[in-house]
Structure formats: C-alpha cells, structure tokens
Design a protein around this ligand. Structure first.
Ligand code: F6P
Length: 340
C-alpha cells in the first residue's frame, strides 16, 4: 500500500496556504470532520450499542425520530459548538436555531445530522449533510432571518456517507473532493480528487410509488426513459432508489444519473419533500461544482430566496443534459398550459 497519501488535514492546510487564509476555514471543516467520524462510529456499532430503533419522539416536521437521529444531532451540536467557529446552527431535528453563546466565529452551520434514516435499522447507507454560511458583519444571530440566505451564498458544503466505507465529500467552491475514512488510523484520505458528473446518463432515481401524483413533465420524462430503445430516447435506462439522498447523490457523482424528488400533487401544499436549507442547497452546491445541475424542476435551486428554515422544495439534480431536458419538459408543459 502506498503511503504517499494526502489526508483531509493536509488537503485543508494546502488550500489555506494557497489562499493565504487565516486558518479559520480549516478549523470550520476540522470540526465537521471530527463530527462525521464520531457519527460513523455510532452508525457502525449499530445494534451492538443499542443504537437502532425509535427514540420515541418526533422532530419539528412531525416525523418519528430514530435513536441515531437524536444521537447524531447531539454529536453535531456538541462537536461544532466547542471551537466557537460557528455563531449559530440550524438542524433538521431542531425547531429553532441553536445559538452558541460566546462564539468568536462569524459562520453559520446548517445540517441534516442523519439523512435517510429509514435505512438505519436495515443496515443500508445513511449520511450527514451540511452547509456553511457567513454571518454578515454587523448582524447578530439572534435575528433568525440571517440564516435565510440563498444557496449561492454558501461558503462550503458537503456530506458524509456511512456506507460500505465512510466518505466525506466536500466543496469550498473550488470543485469537489472525496475522502475515505481509514478506520484503522481514524484519518480521512483523499481518494476521489476533483469529482465530476458525466453530462449524459441513462440512470434515474425516483420514488415510483408516487407516479400517480406526478406532474405531466415528470411523467413524460420517466415514461420516455421506460420506453427504452423502442421509445423517443432510443436507449435503455436503469433505475435505482436507495431512499437516502446522500447515497443517490454519491452514486451520481461516481457514475452520473438523475435524482428526482419532485413537487407532486400530494406534497405540493408543503412545497415538496426535501428541505431547502440543509438538504437541497448543499447538494445543489456540490452537484454544480462537479459540473452537474440542480433545479426544482423549473428553477435553479441555489437562486431561491429562502422563506423559512425548514422550507421544502422540489429537487431534480444530476447529469447536466438530463436535468436540462427535464427543465425543458417543464417549460414546454407550462407554455402549453398557458402558465407563462
Ligand atoms: O427525508 C429525506 C429522505 O430520507 C431522503 O434522503 C430520501 O431521498 C427520501 O427522504 C426518501 O423518501 P421516501 O421515503 O419517499 O422513499
């Protein structure tokens, strides 16, 4: 085995030296690194540590919390508050923001501590998603609206995937890099430098059990894909559904494809299923940095002006040419229905 490996710490330090930075940014991501290692450890111990099953509580969205949802949330809050890098945090599991009193840092952290938690008890991949924003000068974070910044304002974003191996995938706006956790020495190693999403693909991920609720442009795209070589696309498609957005995005970064959780007639009242601030925006940042596209179906996700911390949104992301096609289908449908 080669020992000429680049660890996440070295990678962050290199970036810091290149940018002539103060080290604050390196420190922000170091907090996340430690957090994800600890959550990975708890996910791995699973049933042995009594970590599976329901916690007996509900989160702010009225969803049953798993024990690991609660534990991962506590680890995130504790590990990222200690350094004082973050002035405040927002989590999928907390109704209101968590202010870190006495923090010297001017950054805000948003996170989904454990994404895809229906997979926990069945030993299938889950993950953590995070997004980092600046706390603008002269504003104090007791003003909650400071979190409501569009995705284009993110300074960094990423996810950890706890799968057959644990990986941390990051962007700071200079491409996307993936690090694999060497469990023996407890160090993340750069294994996937400069990840890129292929422009074309023939694999899609959507929860097809909702097909009767889909809008016509979504139905058109999927019907055409299902028609395969005999259909208008003249090629066969493959389908996947892991039920953890982290795993779907990771697959798309590795071999292309499209992931869709669109607004449909059943979830339209809530605005969709996935959360804008700590699911859609960070994933959109990563996907765009890897050369892909991320839209609601109609609009670019990162341009949306957030209206609320737990706002939901439709998500279509992945290989550029496929996502562009889906956007075109929405535009053609809207034009024919006289919507614009
Ligand atoms: O809540 C987020 C999430 O778990 C995503 O990670 C995943 O893509 C989706 O929900 C799964 O939804 P469903 O339960 O409809 O399969």
């Amino acid at each position: 085995m080669s020992y000429k490996r680049i660890t996440l710490s070295q990678f962050l330090m290199d970036g810091q030296h290149r940018r002539g930075g103060s080290g604050r940014f390196t420190s922000l991501l170091t907090d996340i690194r430690t957090t994800c290692k600890m959550i990975s450890h708890e996910v791995n111990r699973g049933a042995m540590a009594g970590n599976l099953g329901l916690a007996g509580t509900e989160n702010v969205q009225g969803e049953d919390q798993k024990k690991l949802d609660v534990l991962a949330n506590e680890i995130f809050l504790h590990m990222t508050a200690q350094s004082g890098n973050y002035a405040a945090m927002a989590s999928e599991e907390l109704e209101d923001v968590h202010i870190v009193h006495g923090a010297s840092g001017r950054y805000l952290l948003l996170f989904d501590p454990l994404d895809g938690s229906s997979n926990i008890d069945i030993n299938i991949a889950v993950g953590s998603i995070f997004s980092i924003l600046h706390l603008p000068d002269g504003v104090d974070c007791s003003d909650r609206s400071v979190f409501l910044q569009p995705g284009v304002k993110q300074v960094a974003a990423g996810y950890a995937i706890y799968g057959s191996s644990t990986m941390l995938v990051l962007t700071t706006g200079e491409g996307v890099n993936g690090f694999t956790l060497d469990q023996n020495i407890g160090v993340f190693v750069l294994t996937h430098p400069n990840m890129r999403i292929s422009e074309d693909a023939s694999e899609f991920a959507i929860n097809a059990s909702r097909s009767r609720f889909w809008e016509p442009p979504v139905k058109r795209y999927i019907d055409e894909a299902l028609a395969g070589t005999e259909g208008p696309r003249a090629k066969d498609f493959n389908m996947r559904w892991v039920a953890a957005m982290v795993a779907e995005v990771h697959r798309i970064l590795c071999r292309g494809g499209v992931f869709m959780y669109p607004v449909d007639v059943r979830n339209a009242k809530q605005g969709g299923k996935l959360r804008l601030m700590y699911e859609a925006n960070p994933m959109a940042f990563i996907v765009e940095q890897a050369g892909g596209m991320a839209i609601t179906g109609r609009d670019r996700i990162m341009d949306l002006q957030p209206q609320g911390l737990h706002q939901r949104v439709g998500v279509v992301l992945g290989s550029k040419n496929e996502v562009e096609r889906i956007q075109r289908y929405h535009r053609e449908y809207d034009a024919s229905a006289g919507k614009n």
